[in-house]
Unconditional design. Structure first.
Length: 230
């Protein structure tokens, strides 16, 4: 008589195995984006997102809307600590972006070459590599990768707004409804919004862009976008 295998597993373990299997199966049908939109405080996150991930995304979105820096500063900026701001729950100091005196002019030159002179990313990269003392490469690079030039040209933060969720995993702009932007200019702009959009691909549709990013930087309320912002 064959011996019956021992299947006397705890019920809790069996439920956990079924839950994991269901989770892995459902992930195949999820949308690639699970980020918070910009329509207001009640914007919904993907309903299938894990609650912990959802709360984390909502917390990051709230900090971005308030103008705080939560990511590594982009090329051309560094961070400054706002001493009078309340620290995070983990005790970390709040920071804002401030221009890097050596690299900020490089960013401005890149946008000028692209938007006004009409140089391609490849030609801009070659021009940067021709004078590395004047145009220091990002990070630990010894030369300028074309991808770094593209990342600069598509980074909305150079207009003075904190931003996240603006591009998808392929580098293409998401619909504006999925963007997370600061409610006001959060740091000193290196370029105008007009120059930013002039540097984009002709395929970029400005109709998808939040209207406040199309306004002139001269129309900003007094006191916004300065390094002394709280």
């Amino acid at each position: 008589m064959p011996v019956r295998a021992n299947t006397n597993r705890p019920r809790g373990l069996r439920r956990w195995v079924r839950a994991v299997r269901h989770h892995l199966t459902s992930r195949r049908h999820r949308r690639p984006s699970n980020l918070v939109g910009t329509g207001g405080p009640h914007q919904q996150v993907d309903a299938l997102t894990h609650p912990v991930t959802r709360r984390s995304a909502e917390a990051v979105a709230a900090l971005i809307r308030a103008g705080w820096n939560v990511h590594r500063p982009p090329y051309g900026y560094t961070t400054m600590t706002v001493a009078r701001a309340a620290p995070s729950r983990r005790g970390n100091a709040r920071t804002r972006l401030t221009p890097d005196s050596r690299r900020a002019p490089v960013v401005q030159a890149i946008f000028y070459w692209r938007a006004v002179t009409g140089l391609s990313v490849e030609h801009i990269t070659a021009r940067l590599d021709a004078d590395l003392d004047r145009y220091p490469p990002p990070g630990t690079h010894t030369a300028w990768p074309p991808a770094a030039v593209t990342a600069i040209l598509t980074n909305v933060k150079y207009t003075g707004y904190q931003a996240t969720c603006t591009r998808d995993e392929h580098g293409a702009f998401r619909p504006a409804s999925e963007w997370v932007l600061s409610d006001q200019p959060a740091h000193r702009a290196l370029i105008t919004p007009a120059l930013f959009w002039a540097a984009q691909s002709p395929a970029t549709s400005v109709r998808r862009v939040p209207h406040r990013l199309l306004a002139s930087t001269h129309d900003r309320p007094a006191g916004h976008g300065s390094e002394e912002s709280p």
